[in-house]
Design a protein around this ligand. Structure first.
Ligand SMILES: Cc1ncc(COP(=O)(O)O)c(C=O)c1O
Length: 443
């Protein structure tokens, strides 16, 4: 183990200094901090696959609009909590043109990243009906959602969808939802970390189960437009982004601008509440809010005390990005296709060197190439793999923190890895392979 691409002693010391009990239980940001320190101490650049920082420049149309808005003086003015008029209008158009779903602009509400959107949703959803106090995660998923529920002291349940695809999903949802305690069902589509994309049939199954048991579907579209098997930049024409919203009127969509528009730094996303849910009355909300109307309680009772709205200039940026995309002038999908292309090359580098893909199929086809993929190494647990790879200059996060039952694996994010690092990645993986001979199964 001393013959590692990164200085063994320094890496070991930095891990000890980090006081992390286990790398596989560390959060994404904790791993990021540790790798920053190792890079500084060794002068070596890592293959950074732990965090989904967009590896592309921010959309120019957004930056220009934001600068113009700042120059006009919006920085001194509190923005309306429900969002500026033009942004609400363009968001509703975006949902119509790219998802083929009608929603009133009133239900399109900006949030400080999707992150704040889910936090606000959890606060209110688990209080709508006294007995419904639990979120169901269709895992694996984004670990921070569970962190949010932890700090709120709220409950969740989970199952790993890999074992419950297609019709098996109906049976499993029936089993969990029939207990009556589930307020909402959360999943990301495409899925972080596995890149599974639910089929239209599966989305119908989720919609039907949610309607039957009065649970709200929380569809996290952090990677909107990024199922690169289809060209999803066709404003107003099919194919559309797959969404549950075509099958139920009982949903909240979280549309992040972080990845699709490379706008993560400005912390803005949209929460899109279906018309029916927005206007729904829930008497139990009166305990916490001045109104029992869901949409009103969300905006004036939940988003208001969290941040009193979203940065004014960022709202102008997002308006401009949506408007350009809606008008056929900003093909954001073409730009982010780069992630899928990098994933293809990186997956091959891993699989050529002894690794295998953990979530490898999407119902009956190979998993698509996208922003993330999941990998494992024969004979090593996810924890052991992370503990070893870190000495080889490769960082990732463990699937153990994603709600995955496949704890042998890790999640690789392609966004921050630059193409000129591929030779380094190949060299490090070759070294890893040499150092970790794979035992052939006994016949
Ligand atoms: C599935 C998922 N949801 C939400 C987020 C957070 O998005 P935002 O930057 O809009 O808060 C991410 C970011 O990586 C994500 O992967």
């Amino acid at each position: 183990m001393n013959d590692t691409p990164i200085d063994y002693k320094i890496v070991k010391r930095k891990i000890e200094e980090s006081n992390l009990i286990s790398l596989s239980k560390a959060t994404i940001r904790e791993i990021k901090k540790l790798i920053d320190k190792i890079e500084k101490a060794t002068g070596e650049k890592y293959i950074r696959m732990e965090m989904g920082i967009p590896g592309l420049p921010p959309a120019k149309v957004g930056v220009d609009a934001e600068i113009a808005a700042l120059k006009k003086g919006v920085a001194s003015i509190y923005p309306d909590i429900q969002g500026i008029h033009e942004l609400k209008k363009e968001s509703s158009r975006f949902v119509k043109l790219f998802l083929n779903v009608e929603v009133d602009p009133e239900g399109c509400v900006p949030t400080v990243g999707s992150m704040q959107g889910s936090f606000a949703a959890f606060i209110i959803l688990n209080r709508m009906y006294e007995k419904k106090n639990t979120v169901l995660f269709l895992d694996p998923g984004f670990p921070v959602h569970k962190q949010q529920l932890n700090v709120l002291g709220q409950k969740w349940e989970t199952f790993d969808i890999y074992d419950y695809r297609a019709d098996k999903l109906r049976v499993k949802l029936e089993e969990v939802l029939s207990k009556g305690n589930i307020s909402s069902i959360l999943y990301s589509n495409p899925n972080n970390p596995s890149w599974i994309c639910f089929t239209e049939d599966e989305l119908k199954i989720i919609a039907e189960a949610a309607d039957k048991y009065n649970a709200v579907v929380l569809e996290d579209l952090a990677y909107v437009g990024m199922d690169f098997r289809k060209d999803l930049y066709t404003p107003g024409r099919p194919p559309f982004q797959a969404t549950v919203a075509r099958y139920t009127d009982n949903y909240i969509l979280f549309i992040s601008s972080s990845k699709a528009f490379s706008y993560a730094g400005q912390r803005i996303g949209m929460m899109v509440i279906s018309d029916k849910l927005f206007n729904r009355k829930c008497p139990d909300l009166n305990k916490y809010y001045s109104s029992d109307k869901f949409g009103y309680a969300m905006i004036f009772g939940t988003i208001y005390p969290l941040s009193a709205g979203v940065t004014h200039s960022a709202q102008h940026a997002l308006t401009a990005m949506y408007k350009a995309a809606n008008n056929g002038k900003f093909n954001f999908v073409d730009i982010v296709k780069e992630y899928g292309e990098k994933a293809k090359v990186m997956k091959k580098l891993f699989t050529d060197n002894g690794f295998y893909i953990v979530y490898k199929t999407d119902v009956d086809e190979p998993i698509a190439d996208g922003f993330y993929f999941t990998i494992a190494y024969p004979g090593l647990t996810g924890e052991e793999l992370m503990n070893e790879l870190i000495y080889f200059g490769v960082s990732a996060i463990s699937l153990a923190i994603t709600g995955s039952e496949r704890t042998e694996g890790i999640r690789a994010c392609v966004s921050s890895v630059q193409r000129d690092q591929f030779p380094d990645l190949e060299y490090r993986l070759k070294k890893f392979y040499e150092n970790h001979p794979v035992k052939k199964p006994q016949l």
